[in-house]
Design a protein around this ligand. Structure first.
Ligand code: SF4
Length: 326
C-alpha cells in the first residue's frame, strides 16, 4: 500500500488552564492524546464520537491550525512542524478545511466573489481572466450560479453558504479536505443535498476526506474507514463495513445502539450509554470509558488499554475486546 497522504503519529493536543494574578498553569485539558491515524489518497476516513471527544481539535491539528503539544503531523511524509514557514504555507494549499458553521465561516462584509478570490491572493496567484474563469467554474462545481458572485453571504440559505465554503476550500485544487461536521448546522432537507455534493466531488476530483461527524448514518454512507474517539483517544478503528457489522469496543457498541434505524435488522440490544462524558481535564484513570462501560471489570480502572489489532484491519482499545462481541 502507498504511504499515507496525511498522518498523525502519537499526537497529543493539550491546552493549559491558567489562573491567578500570575496566570499560573492550574491544569490541562487533554483534548487529544496518543492519536495515530493515516489517511490515504482518495480515501474517506470518518472520525466519530460524542461532542467533547476531541474530534474537532484533532481536525484542527491535522490541518496545521494548532501546533501539537507532542507527536507529529506528516503530510506526504513530511513533518509539518519541521517545515519552514514558507514550506508550510505551500503545503497548506494541499490540505483545506470546511467548517461546521456556514454562517460564521464566511466574512459577512465581503461579497461571494471577494471571498472566493482570497485563497488565490493568499497563495500569490495573479488576478485576471484565468482567475475569474476559475472562480466561475468553482461556483458551477458546487451547484451555484456565476451571478451569485455579486451577492453577500446573508443573502444565501445555510445550504448555499456551505456550498460557498466548499468552493473556497476547493479553490487551490487540494488533495485533502478536512470536513468538520459540515452538515450538522443544516436543516435535514438540505443535509442530503450537501452530502450528495460531497460524494460527487470526492469521486470526481479523487479527493481524500477526513470527515468529522457525530452522525453515524452519514459516516456509514460516506466513509471507507472509521475511527471512533472517546475523551481524546481513538478507541476503535476499522473499515466501515467491519465497524458497523461487528463493533468490538463497548463504546462503539453503545453509540451504534443509540443511533436510530428504521431497519429492524439493524436495531441493537446494547444498553444505552449512562451518564456524561467525564471532563477532559480530569480523565478517569485506566480505561477512560470505565465510568460508563456496562462491561467494566476491576482491571479497567487501573490499566489503560492499548489500541491493538483484534482482527485484520480492525483495532480496538479494550482489555476484553475478544469477549465483547455484541
Ligand atoms: Fe469497558 Fe474495560 Fe473495555 Fe474499557 S477496557 S471498554 S472499561 S471493558
Amino acid at each position: 500500500m502507498k504511504a499515507p497522504l496525511l498522518e498523525a503519529r502519537d499526537l497529543d493536543m493539550h491546552f493549559a488552564i491558567t489562573g491567578g494574578l500570575l496566570q499560573r498553569e492550574l491544569g490541562r485539558v487533554r483534548a487529544v492524546t496518543g492519536v495515530n491515524l493515516a489517511l490515504h489518497a482518495g480515501e474517506v476516513l470518518g472520525v466519530v464520537g460524542e461532542s467533547g471527544c476531541g474530534k474537532t481539535t484533532l481536525a484542527r491539528v491535522l490541518t496545521g491550525l494548532y501546533p501539537p503539544t507532542r507527536g507529529q503531523v506528516l503530510f506526504d511524509g513530511k513533518d509539518l512542524q519541521a517545515l519552514s514557514a514558507a514550506e508550510r504555507h505551500g503545503m497548506s494549499r494541499r490540505v483545506q478545511m470546511v467548517f461546521q458553521d456556514p454562517f460564521a465561516s464566511l466574512n459577512p462584509r465581503h461579497r461571494v466573489g471577494r471571498i472566493l478570490e482570497m485563497p488565490f491572493e493568499l497563495h500569490g496567484q495573479p488576478a485576471g481572466e484565468p482567475r475569474r474563469r476559475r472562480i466561475e467554474e468553482l461556483l458551477a462545481l458546487v451547484g451555484l450560479d456565476p451571478q451569485h458572485l455579486q451577492r453577500w453571504p446573508h443573502e444565501f440559505s445555510g445550504g448555499q453558504r456551505q456550498r460557498i465554503g466548499i468552493a473556497r476550500a476547493l479553490a487551490l485544487q487540494p488533495e485533502v479536505l478536512v470536513l468538520d461536521e459540515p452538515l450538522s448546522a443544516l436543516d435535514m432537507s438540505i443535509q442530503s443535498q450537501v452530502l450528495n455534493l460531497l460524494v460527487e466531488l470526492q469521486q470526481r476530483l479523487k479527493l481524500a476526506y477526513l470527515f468529522v461527524s457525530h452522525d453515524l448514518s452519514v459516516v456509514q454512507y460516506l466513509c471507507d474507514r472509521v475511527a471512533v474517539m472517546y475523551l481524546g483517544r481513538v478507541v476503535e478503528q476499522a473499515s466501515t463495513k467491519q465497524l458497523f457489522a461487528m463493533p468490538r469496543h463497548p463504546y462503539t457498541q453503545s453509540l451504534l445502539a443509540a443511533a436510530p434505524s428504521i431497519d429492524p435488522r439493524q436495531r441493537r440490544t446494547q444498553p444505552p450509554l449512562q451518564g456524561d462524558v467525564p471532563s477532559p481535564s480530569r480523565p478517569p484513570p485506566g480505561c477512560a470509558f470505565h465510568t460508563r462501560c456496562p462491561r467494566a471489570q476491576a482491571r479497567c480502572s487501573q490499566e489503560v488499554p492499548a489500541l491493538r489489532s483484534v482482527a485484520a484491519g480492525h483495532l480496538a482499545a479494550c482489555h476484553f475486546a475478544e469477549e465483547t462481541l455484541p
